[in-house]
Design a protein around this ligand. Sequence first.
Ligand SMILES: C[S@@+](CC[C@H](N)C(=O)[O-])C[C@H]1O[C@@H](n2cnc3c(N)ncnc32)[C@H](O)[C@@H]1O
Ligand code: SF4
Length: 373
Amino acid sequence: MDYENIYIHIPFCKRKCAYCGFYSEADPSPARIEAFLDKLEGKLAVLGQSTPVNTLFLGGGTPSLLSPQQLQRLQTMVEKYLPLAAGAEVSIECNPENFGPERLEVIRPFANRISIGVQAFSDSFLTALGRASSRKQIEQALHLAKEFNFNNLSIDLIYGIPGQTRKSWLANLELAVKSDIKHISCYSLTVEEGSELDNRIENFTPVENDETAEMWLQTGDFLSKKGFSRYEVSNYSCPGAECRHNVNIWHGQTYLGLGPAASSFDGANRWTEPASLNDWLADKEPERDIIEPEYRLIEIFIIGLRTVEGWTRDYWEKIPLQQTMNVEWQTMVQKALKVKKLYPDLLEVTPGSIHLTQQGLLFWNTIAEAWLE
Ligand SMILES: C[S@@+](CC[C@H](N)C(=O)[O-])C[C@H]1O[C@@H](n2cnc3c(N)ncnc32)[C@H](O)[C@@H]1O
Ligand code: SF4
């Protein structure tokens, strides 16, 4: 079948960050990367995607860890096997520690959106997070992206780092907006099971939940004064610079994930590739998440509520699964009105839209549970 959105997971990093629970191998050999690219090419060759893809996201892991030659190979195989729609969004995640002109020469004609993993602008927090990059490399990367005329630039930041105050978080945001970017993802630090941070948590005093909620509110307030709007719980953009790939996924559109640990959704079922490069290379079966279509539709709806826009009739009617299930928009509005009775401050319901209030975005879990009851 054809997919609207494609995600390719590049499962390599220079080294493993202390907090990260995403699947990747640290410090791979060139042969290991080639083995991954060989397999990926085999999978792309049999894909048979015939309709143009609207968004392609090269994520990780660290796609920019690939050498310029490997990036060129990746680009050539993608262009050979994946028809891209005119104006397709092509995003690539890059890390400051491997972001030089040789790689940008390759990336520029291909990707039209770069997301740089900054995480923090101070060396002490970068060290606490176990990042491989320094503040200097971050500044150089942001400067270089501009030199190469990459205007659709995004950065990732993490807040709620032990020892971080609201004041020091604000200083990060100030540096971010001075970098002339169009999009920022701000994630609250979570301690992932099995990560280094999880093992050394006893030496860490985590920032209290109330404080991270304050930082989240502070983020929205500050960025809105600088021309950025929150459009999802953790994502902020200048007008028109929202990540289309993610917006499509949050609204129930189809996506194919290639690479270890990558997830896919065909409109009804989800599946996740094995979170091990060896298993993926050996064609081990993905883990399938098969549930009744009515539950899947509810799941899609609840995920969409994490966006500030939430659901409009138009978004609802464009969900491929909705088109087969034919659950009337009016049914959703009725249900939303019932949930709103329980939590009047968290939900806004009009005949044409259902979305969470700012407070509701903070308490998304509460609404998700209420919807399932
Ligand atoms: C999987 S990473 C890939 C991007 C890239 N490798 C990097 O390091 O920036 C995507 C983003 O997830 C966020 N992230 C990963 N683990 C996290 C955690 N435990 N808590 C908060 N954010 C996290 C980071 O902001 C990171 O930029
Ligand atoms: S945060 Fe990025 S660089 Fe760090 S381990 Fe995770 S994927 Fe790799």
